[in-house]
Design a protein. Structure first.
Length: 615
């Protein structure tokens, strides 16, 4: 909220309070004069305030003869006791979004017992759970059961025999660990580890941050291996495309440190190896973005993702969590990718109460969000012992589930949706899949077109659509001969000495010739075995010539310890990468939280970002 808005709200607040008092008086006059205490009992209610509403709502409750009980910041509200006869007056007051009687509300956070100790809500969806005198709806707003069954219609697509079977989604992220729900045979295959942790065998491929595992669960988690929606239990965990496989390309370390050159290398690798060993990579999930603002027609990262689109791979990119209408994050600004914003569904099947939260980027008149998907308090798989798990303990739902908020989560939902569509309509090209999601999306009432795009995706409707959309590529393709440093924007890695990774170089300090890379990417020759841009990037446990992938085959993950390693003491200063020295550098400085990786928040609540302004 800007200062001018705050002043205007303060000026209007007194008028709102006066109007509300008049409403209350009228309501009291209309009530039967002979009403007794029994006719107007005290009700316990939960009051949810609108964004920007101040303490006048609580004051008004007191004026109505009620008592404010407990603050509920997670829903921007509070609990109170209120005479039943005053309900109408409170609901009519400006600044009040909802008044729910009988203490029933769907909360995104973890309830507490009367003694203040934490307890876990029921995620099965069976009835309600009572803690003290409060009742909490048993289906969390962001549970995957709600997402697939009620929010985006994925279960309807499963009923049509489409659950992602035969489709592999490339997850370019922080790696994945084999937790329950992702441990089925062939569910996850590791591609090359291009992260700064690739030289340590105890960390290679593994998600030391916790982000990639969360995304993988949203996309393709599957507890039972059963794809029949009628056999799915509410207590089982399912992603949007439970029949799909995950190809994990690790590029980020435990802090989310990563450079654009690593992401470009990862995209290049996926394009060249998309059909290896029957993988059939048809989707890339990229919950990554910089504030680089050079034209997509020049940008090397945009050029890389366009090569994927040209070769039949749907590229899904998080719009970003800056909460503004400035250019979308790079490469979401490229019109050939699916730029995804987040939506808060309130945990209901009815889209009438859905809204785009303040943190979700909207874009500009020339390039805005394409679609939105659930992205608030999404409950997915937890990675015990990871950085996010250790540093955000309040995001834990139980010993295997974790909450996350952001356009990252929304992008993962859309990646799963794309896999479902392609399992039903395998002959569609990448741009047709984008158009199909756009054409069948549900427009949200009262939400600005730039922030919601075509609206909330409807996977069931997309699968049922008989007429395929146009597959003509309507935009000019990127030349890719721009600046890799401009692609980074303001996000630069920094070593402990203060040296910054900047300029037209990659993480090894090798010169990056964008024109040469553009040509190599087009001809699918950017990778030569394990070499990219003149350096050996991996070469540890896979061969770029005869790559067979690394499958888990029953491996389990406990997360008790990372072989005794301390994150703060982790250094690569004495290590080499296939003979090429890191020159004593230990790159760091990028975080998943609000910087280049669009993870939003692990608190389970959307932050209060600035309200979008439209030019």
């Amino acid at each position: 909220m800007n200062v001018a808005h705050s002043v205007k709200w303060e000026d209007r607040r007194r008028w709102y309070l006066a109007i509300a008092l008049v409403v209350a008086m009228v309501a009291a006059l209309l009530a039967p004069m002979a009403s007794s205490a029994d006719d107007s009992p005290l009700l316990q209610v939960i009051v949810e305030k609108t964004a920007g509403a101040d303490g006048s709502v609580e004051q008004f409750v007191e004026m109505l003869g009620g008592t404010v009980l407990t603050d509920l910041p997670i829903i921007n509200g509070f609990t109170a006791e209120l005479p039943q006869s005053a309900m109408a007056a409170l609901e009519a007051m400006p600044g009040v979004a909802a008044v729910t009687p009988d203490g029933t509300v769907q909360l995104m956070g973890k309830p507490t017992r009367d003694d203040g100790s934490a307890t876990e809500p029921d995620l099965t969806g069976n009835g309600t759970v009572t803690f003290g005198e409060m009742k909490y709806a048993s289906s969390l707003d962001g549970s995957m059961y709600h997402v697939v069954k009620e929010a985006i219609g994925a279960e309807a697509a499963w009923s049509q025999g489409a659950a992602g079977e035969g489709v592999t989604v490339a997850l370019i992220d922080s790696g994945v660990v084999p937790v329950s729900g992702l441990d089925g045979a062939g569910k996850v295959i590791n591609g090359p580890d291009l992260s700064f942790e690739s030289q340590d065998p105890d960390l290679m491929y593994l998600d030391t941050f916790g982000h990639g595992t969360h995304m993988a669960g949203i996309i393709a988690g599957n507890d039972t291996g059963v794809l029949n929606p009628k056999a799915a239990s509410k207590s089982d965990f399912y992603g949007v495309a439970p029949g799909a496989s995950i190809l994990s390309i690790k590029v980020a370390d435990h802090e989310g440190s990563v450079d654009v050159s690593q992401v470009i290398a990862a995209v290049d690798w996926v394009v060249q190896h998309r059909d290896d060993n029957g993988m059939n990579v048809r989707v890339i999930n990229l919950s990554f973005g910089t504030d680089g603002a050079q034209s997509y027609l020049l940008d090397p990262l945009a050029h890389a993702v366009e090569q994927a689109v040209w070769n039949g791979i749907v590229v899904v990119v998080a719009a970003g969590n800056d909460g503004n209408v400035d250019p979308l994050r790079n490469p979401a600004l490229d019109p050939y990718v699916i730029a995804v914003g987040a939506v808060n569904t309130h945990g209901t099947a009815d889209s009438a109460d859905d809204f785009v939260p303040d943190f979700s980027n909207c874009g500009t008149k020339s390039r805005s969000v394409d679609v939105v998907a659930p992205g608030v308090s999404i409950v997915s798989l937890r990675n015990p012992g990871s950085y996010a798990d250790t540093n955000y303990p309040n995001a834990a739902v139980n010993d295997r589930l974790f909450r996350g908020t952001g356009t990252s989560q929304a992008a993962a939902v859309v990646s799963g949706a794309a896999a479902v569509i392609l399992s039903s309509k395998p002959n569609l090209n990448a741009y047709q899949v984008k158009n199909l999601l756009v054409d069948t999306a549900v427009s949200l009432t009262g939400q600005h077109p730039r922030c919601q795009g075509a609206g909330l995706i409807d996977v069931g409707a997309a699968v049922k659509q008989r007429k395929n959309p146009s597959g003509v590529f309507p935009y000019t393709w990127s030349s890719g001969n721009g600046s890799i440093d401009a692609a980074r924007g303001s996000f630069h890695l920094e070593d402990p000495t203060g040296a910054v990774l900047e300029g037209e170089i990659d993480i090894f300090g090798q010169p990056f010739d964008s024109s040469q890379h553009a040509s190599d990417a087009w001809y699918e020759s950017a990778w030569d075995g394990g070499t990219w841009n003149g350096s050996e990037w991996t070469g540890v446990s896979w061969s770029g010539v005869s790559w067979s992938g690394v499958s888990w085959s029953g491996v389990s993950w406990s997360g008790v310890s990372w072989s005794g390693l301390s994150w703060s003491g982790l250094s690569w200063s004495d290590m080499t990468w296939n003979g090429l020295s890191w020159s004593g550098l230990s790159w760091s400085g990028l975080s998943w939280s609000g910087l280049s990786w669009s993870a939003g928040a692990w608190s389970g609540v959307s932050w209060d970002g600035p309200k979008p302004r439209y030019n």
